[in-house]
Design a protein around this ligand. Structure first.
Ligand SMILES: C[S@@+](CC[C@H](N)C(=O)[O-])C[C@H]1O[C@@H](n2cnc3c(N)ncnc32)[C@H](O)[C@@H]1O
Length: 443
């Protein structure tokens, strides 16, 4: 266990100092330290626990420290966060172990002076029965920010855009690992057969009611080692992403443009809907990313995809007119924050020029839509500026386009009142990433 704490400390330091991604830094450190599976699981709980509760843990430090938080040295702060996490949020760790191991870790890191400070703060918190004194709940932005460890800027954005209940629903789902879903490759198999092939590799998989040909999977370990993966029977895809292809409803023999397509998850699902008949032009701005699509298509046995290096925001390369167009534009990613908990603390998540770029991509792409065709505009973010406002502006400025009313199955509930042609998926209303999908057509 002591080894787990030391490894977690190193990983958290790497994330803070070098901006390393949590999953990569954690995997590397666990391998290097040759931890037992139990210790590796504890290390992971410590790393993700601190990342998911950083604002809450720092708030506790501020309440007990005479030194301002910004003046506390980073290594000391990380050890304090780890200690407080164990005391406030981990039932099975005795307080004394959390305090003593934190002090020991500080000494190992040659933080002799800080070890007394760490000891004093953790012991004071223990004397208060490890109860967090949250800010007054009347100050909603501060209260939710501390309670759910989310920057106030995001809390305010979600309360103002979607109302308090929805904001709370989004915030409650920021922590914890999201479910993993896969798409059944209907060109090669069916859901029952896939579930049985996965079972041979000791992977639990269950059918999903909606959309069809989706399975929920658990305990996969590395996906690449699985027989089902090697045989191209599935690709990993979140349910919300699967819904983009569902609403695009591409048919056999059609011409489809996928404007921002890498790494290709939605392109593959679309090709499966089309029964591998017709043509999909899969574009992206980055050549190395197009290679991922080509590789994935080969594994899945899809041969109707042609990749195309192209900037969707400029008219640099002509495309054929199409029955279906998917604009799955680059976005701020506020719907997928729970996948990488460190991302939510970046300062540039809301005030970006992304909405303008997205709008340009939408306008440039729409030119290629045939009359009566369908265009899906989608993002994996929860910010109306990039979502509802962009499509509303597009419709206001393009008289020859209109929204297509979505036919929602009972599994899909609206989180708030939106136009009939659009839906914002939130983690508390649908078991998938936060997402926005709008369907438009040319008259
Ligand atoms: C949300 S991701 C697309 C995910 C993809 N549709 C899938 O399902 O796998 C956005 C993609 O847009 C690409 N991109 C960013 N700016 C672009 C632009 N101006 N034109 C075309 N592609 C762009 C990025 O490289 C990224 O691969």
């Amino acid at each position: 266990m002591a080894n787990s704490r030391k490894t977690a400390f190193k990983v958290l330091l790497k994330i803070e100092q070098d901006g390393a991604y949590s999953n990569i830094a954690l995997n590397n450190a666990v391998k290097e330290s040759a931890l037992s599976p139990l210790d590796a699981a504890f290390t992971s709980a410590l790393v993700y626990g601190v990342l998911e509760r950083k604002i809450t843990l720092d708030y506790i430090i501020k309440q007990y420290s005479k030194i301002p938080l910004r003046k506390i040295e980073l290594k000391t702060k990380i050890i304090l966060r780890l200690g407080l996490l164990q005391m406030a949020f981990m039932d099975k760790i005795p307080e004394s172990a959390a305090v003593n191991e934190s002090v020991k870790l500080a000494k190992q890191q040659k933080l002799q002076k800080s070890s007394g400070f760490i000891n004093a703060i953790l012991r004071s918190f223990a004397r208060d029965n490890c109860k967090i004194k949250y800010p007054d709940s009347n100050n909603k932005a501060e209260y939710y920010s501390v309670k759910y460890s989310c920057p106030q800027m995001l809390v305010k954005l979600w309360i103002n855009s979607y109302g308090e209940d929805n904001a709370r629903g989004i915030l409650e789902n920021l922590s914890g690992r999201p479910n993993i879903y896969a798409r059944v490759n209907t060109l090669k198999t069916n859901t029952d057969e896939l579930i049985s092939v996965l079972a041979d590799d000791k992977v639990k998989a269950e059918k999903v009611d909606f959309p069809s040909n989706a399975v929920k999977i658990a305990d996969t370990g590395s996906i690449e080692r699985l027989k089902a993966y090697k045989g191209g029977l599935l690709h990993i895809q979140d349910l919300s992403s699967q819904l983009c292809a569902y609403f695009l409803s591409a048919e056999k023999g059609q011409t489809v443009l996928d404007i921002c397509s890498a790494p290709g998850g939605k392109t593959f699902t679309i090709a499966e809907y089309m029964q591998n008949s017709g043509k999909i032009t899969a574009c992206d701005m980055y050549k190395h990313k197009l290679k991922l699509i080509e590789k994935g298509a080969k594994r899945l046995g899809i041969n109707i995809i042609e990749t195309c290096l192209r900037d969707g925001a400029s008219a640099d390369k002509e495309l054929p007119s199409a029955d279906r167009i998917l604009c799955d534009v680059p976005c701020s990613g506020l719907g997928v924050l729970s996948r990488k908990p460190e991302i939510r603390y970046k300062d540039d998540l809301v005030d970006t020029d992304l909405a303008d770029i997205q709008y340009k991509i939408l306008c440039e792409s729409a030119k290629y839509l045939k009359k009566g065709g369908k265009l899906v505009y989608s993002t994996c973010t929860l910010n109306p500026q990039e979502n509802n406002k962009n499509t509303a502006k597009f419709l206001a400025e393009h008289n020859d386009f209109e929204g297509v009313e979505l036919e929602l199955p009972p599994e899909l509930k609206r989180a708030f009142d939106e136009k009939p042609y659009e839906i914002t998926l939130m983690p508390h209303t649908f078991d998938g990433d936060g997402f926005y999908i709008a369907v438009l057509t040319r008259r």
